[in-house]
Write a protein that binds this ligand. Sequence first.
Ligand code: HEC
Ligand code: HEC
Ligand code: HEC
Ligand code: HEC
Ligand code: HEC
Length: 450
Amino acid sequence: MRRLLFVTLMLWLIGCESDPAPASVDAIGGIVDDVSMPAVATVNAAKVAPASACKACHPQHFAEWSGSRHAAAVTDQLFQALVGVRQKQRAGKEDRFCTQCHSIVGVRSGDIHPGFAFSDLQQASVDAVSCAVCHGATEVLRTHNAGLKVDFAGPLHGNLADPKAAAAHKVAPGPLLQSAEFCAACHDVYELKGLSLERPFQEWQDSPAPDQQQTCQTCHMPTYDGQAAVGGPQRTGLHHHRFVGFDPPGAATGTEAGLKAGFDNDLAMLLGDAASLTVLAEVPDATGVANLTVSVANHIQGHSLPTGTTFLRQCWLEVTVRDASGKVLYQSGDLDANGDLRNRWSQLDPFGDSDLISFSSELIDASGAPTLFPWLAAEHHRNALRAGETKTFTYFAPIAKDFHGAIAVTARLRLRAAPPFLLRLVGLETLLPHNRTAELAHDATALAVP
Ligand code: HEC
Ligand code: HEC
Ligand code: HEC
Ligand code: HEC
Ligand code: HEC
């Protein structure tokens, strides 16, 4: 009898194994990938804990995460606008592509399906890169395109020594969470046909950071002392969850004052010595042309500058020569009245700045023309400074032939999240005031022209 029961149980288990899809689950449709865009749902969005379920016991982690880009990865207006463009151009068929990392729960549950609407999503899908996604991760199956295996019903993984037995949930060790590979699973991005779009992890592998035991977490999750949970012991080495980067924190919802100060502080620390720059100027030659030499160095030991969405993010040199009265004699990297660089995308002065040095990347379509949309791109031309790299550029600045007197030269390395022309193109003018520009480094020199 006992034996029979055992055999029956075994047959049932084997039966389950060969039939992973319960009959009640519908095929999702659209493009398919076994790991990140499964043909049938592998998770039930309604059963995944939303971030709010962690708030009462982990108030600081929750508050910081809420203001982070991870919490905003679905509500991000530029993201929704671009997904909308692709949705129209591809008749919804590729709707699960751009969303596979921004909302692992949405895509794997079928909540996001061909023709989906952002307004119909369940909370666990809107929570984007949520606590449940990261702390449920059990394995990195590939270091790109949402290559995480996530167990939404299992214990929550962390690195606390002797975690206090928590009544609310089981815990398990999470060495995976400490690795760069974990972040890579979402941060290295390939388009459908294999074009590499974002690759901070590949850049990190080629940088000095791995040898120096520096992971993504070292720089993007600074540590602090405090409580990991309400009622838990005082601990050292907890991790900030603001995931500081340059893009505006908590853009849509706004963040509490104390929290905003934390973000500002993280950002100042992150950008503080990310880059340096020097400028040298020579007296104009007989034709009135002055050679200006600008050297710019990326001091980030972990990846290129810029990194990530380099086809959206703008990073460039601004160089200005003025006479003693402040009148501009020469300028490159300045903005037109729309706030755009005077490159091909400028509406007011297209191709007006032929000297422009930009470290952003360019997407080129199959006909050789530049495009703004990754899914139309056949090539990706990169111009970023690699980890630790210094590059030197010479500007031949035309100063008037008969110029005499003092000239002042300034140079700045500038960075901003998105180009204004793109925000206008997709109807997001309201974001323009929030699209601030950071100065990563600057230098100045002066000379007298006899
Ligand atoms: C993008 C992934 C990610 C998200 C989202 C995330 N965490 Fe974490 N969390 C981590 C990593 C990575 C660590 C550990 C870092 C290490 O040990 O190097 C961590 C550590 C922790 C710890 C252990 C204590 C500490 O601070 O080191 C707690 C508790 C925690 N997270 C709770 C949360 C809660 C609650 C949320 C949601 C409000 C959340 N996390 C969202 C990645 C994430
Ligand atoms: C009822 C309270 C409570 C709730 C709700 C709660 N936790 Fe916890 N959690 C704790 C306590 C207590 C600890 C242990 C803290 C310690 O030992 O310092 C803990 C520890 C953790 C750890 C660290 C585990 C380790 O082994 O390092 C993580 C990660 C974590 N919680 C994530 C979450 C997430 C994600 C949620 C929401 C889905 C959540 N918790 C909800 C009380 C809670
Ligand atoms: C489940 C996928 C996923 C995982 C895992 C993940 N990220 Fe992210 N991360 C994202 C997405 C998507 C965004 C962009 C959200 C947006 O702005 O729309 C982002 C944004 C960021 C930003 C903010 C960039 C900015 O523009 O300001 C930083 C920094 C960051 N992640 C660091 C990390 C680190 C460090 C890890 C590993 C501990 C990690 N992420 C793990 C998906 C992920
Ligand atoms: C040595 C410190 C360091 C390490 C290690 C590091 N980063 Fe960064 N990261 C920075 C700095 C500084 C910036 C800000 C400059 C910039 O935007 O390029 C940045 C920017 C970023 C950005 C762009 C966000 C933004 O808006 O500024 C992303 C995404 C990012 N890092 C992800 C990663 C990932 C993923 C890893 C691991 C593979 C990693 N970083 C490792 C220092 C580091
Ligand atoms: C493999 C995972 C993954 C896929 C697929 C993906 N993203 Fe992202 N996305 C990220 C990560 C990680 C970041 C944060 C990197 C950064 O800020 O540099 C990000 C950031 C963004 C941002 C914010 C950047 C900014 O400067 O404001 C937008 C917008 C965006 N993605 C749109 C898209 C679109 C459109 C697609 C489809 C073509 C897409 N993403 C596909 C992972 C992904």
